[in-house]
Design a binder for this molecule. Structure first.
Ligand SMILES: Cc1cc2nc3c(=O)[nH]c(=O)nc-3n(C[C@H](O)[C@H](O)[C@H](O)COP(=O)(O)O)c2cc1C
Length: 195
């Protein structure tokens, strides 16, 4: 892999490590401009403390805006995009400069967060307000940003009894490679083995 064209490796990895959840990351720049972009190098890494990560690459050798803003401000919001927001989510992936507000560009309303400055996407069924707890920079490559979840906003319609949530009703979008996405297919249930 080390000798291969990085673009070919990207195609291979994103096509095979799939489907990936999408963290729709909102941040605020030092100048106050809102930023919003999707990241599929995104996941939950711990539930206690509740911790998420996203990994941003570089554009012209410089970290992407979401990374710059999250690192500088110490805050980000990870919104979860459902199928209904696919078009808007895709719009916000536009490669643009730091002074470009993707909320406005995609026609999305921002809703104020309660503990952090970046707003959440009002129409998103789920949003996690996060405080940056660690960043890890791969040499000349991606910056992985870890955030502890301070507040989770969850649409009431997704809440079931006993703390369970209705993932099918969330209807999350997942990324494959290139322009391809997946939604939830058949949901299988299997009991864990007894020790
Ligand atoms: C669904 C989707 C997932 C993406 N995932 C990533 C990712 O994990 N890392 C990354 O660097 N870019 C990713 N991109 C590209 C960024 O969204 C794009 O470069 C965007 O312009 C970054 O915006 P920013 O500079 O405002 O952070 C993804 C694009 C799409 C459409």
């Amino acid at each position: 892999m080390q000798d291969r064209d990085p673009i070919m490796n990207h195609k291979l990895l994103t096509g095979l490590v799939a489907p990936r959840p999408i963290g729709w990351i909102s941040t605020v720049g030092e100048d106050g401009v809102l930023n919003l972009a999707p990241y599929s190098f995104f996941n939950v890494v711990s539930s206690s403390p509740a911790t998420l990560m996203f990994s941003g690459g570089r554009r012209d050798g410089v970290p992407k805006d979401s990374v710059i803003n999250a690192v500088a401000s110490g805050e980000f919001v990870a919104n979860i995009a459902s199928r209904a927001l696919m078009h808007e989510m895709n719009q916000t992936s536009i490669e643009s400069s730091l002074d470009h507000d993707e909320f406005a560009f995609a026609g999305l309303q921002a809703a104020a967060s309660t503990r952090v400055k970046p707003p959440r996407v009002a129409a998103a069924p789920v949003a996690f307000e996060c405080q940056v707890v660690h960043t890890f920079e791969l040499p000349n490559s991606n910056t992985v940003v870890f955030g502890e979840v301070l507040v989770a906003h969850v649409d009431d319609a997704l809440m079931l009894e006993n703390g369970r949530v209705d993932t099918a009703a969330l209807d999350p979008l997942a990324r494959l490679a290139g322009t391809a996405y997946a939604t939830l297919g058949e949901i299988l249930n299997v009991e864990r083995p007894e020790p």
